[in-house]
Write a protein that binds this ligand. Sequence first.
Ligand code: CNA
Length: 283
Amino acid sequence: VKRTDVFGEDNVPSIENLAEGLKSGKYKRIVVLTGAGVSVAAGIPDFRTPGTGLYDNLEKYNLPHPTAVFDIDFYKKNPSPFVMLASEIWPGRHLPTLTHAFLKVLDDKGLLLRNYTQNIDGLEVIAGVKEESVIECHGHFRTARCTSCKSPMSIDFVSKSIIEDGVPPICSKCGGIGKPDIVFFGEDLPNVFHNNINRDCRQADLLIVIGTSLAVQPVASIPEFVSDSVPRVLLNREHVGGWDRSDYNYRDVFVSGNCDDSVEKLCGMLEWSDELKAAYESV
Ligand code: CNA
């Protein structure tokens, strides 16, 4: 691939050339990597935004460090902080954002090869993105299991224990502590991630990264997994992940600001505004 083939005739990585490529049908197998930022407008705080992020608001849990609340070894010894937090963040009270609607538009057009989401709020599928188009890299709250013997546990039992009784759910088989199937620090990602990531990255012809600090591995390395000829677009409030800003940059675009504003702008350029609005209002 000649570098000039990557991003338009003038070889300038820009949102205009991205829109041009989408319009002309150049990009048909898009991988979108999302993080907590895409759900902030839904009212769910992210982790790392100073002030409003969850990590700055955990004093009441008296943790040794903020990530301890999602650390598997810490949870087994001291489940109370997660039990308290889980009842606050349990899905069911929030609606998808315009950025989730954008994912649905891409999916409906057959352009979304996969959405790799780090989020555990389930808003992608609620927005209408097909289940097989989404890989929830850090799990979800729809199922649960024991942290010791790994036996499945009823999610109704686990949610009642956590939300109504405020106590950790105890496994009836071994007496271990249960938790919803969200991935804690110290746990492996679900098989569905490992089974698809290499093929999807090989096949991708465009990568769009939205609302993530790219701080958690292995997901943070997805931008390194796509081929050198694949344009990479970052829609985020801050510059993250060493997005290439050098003079030699031939494929990285950074669109700064709130992602909902950025997808609205992009959809405007693509004449997809009506479809975006319809997808957003369909929920
Ligand atoms: P993070 O580390 O908190 O980073 C969020 C990023 O998004 C930061 O770079 C912000 O600047 C940026 N951001 C925040 N709001 C916006 C916005 N409106 N538009 C554009 N950018 C914005 O979160 P990551 O997802 O990178 O970290 C991975 C963790 C966070 C995963 O394991 C998740 O499970 C976890 N998490 C998920 C949720 C959720 O499911 N909604 C909420 C909070 C944390």
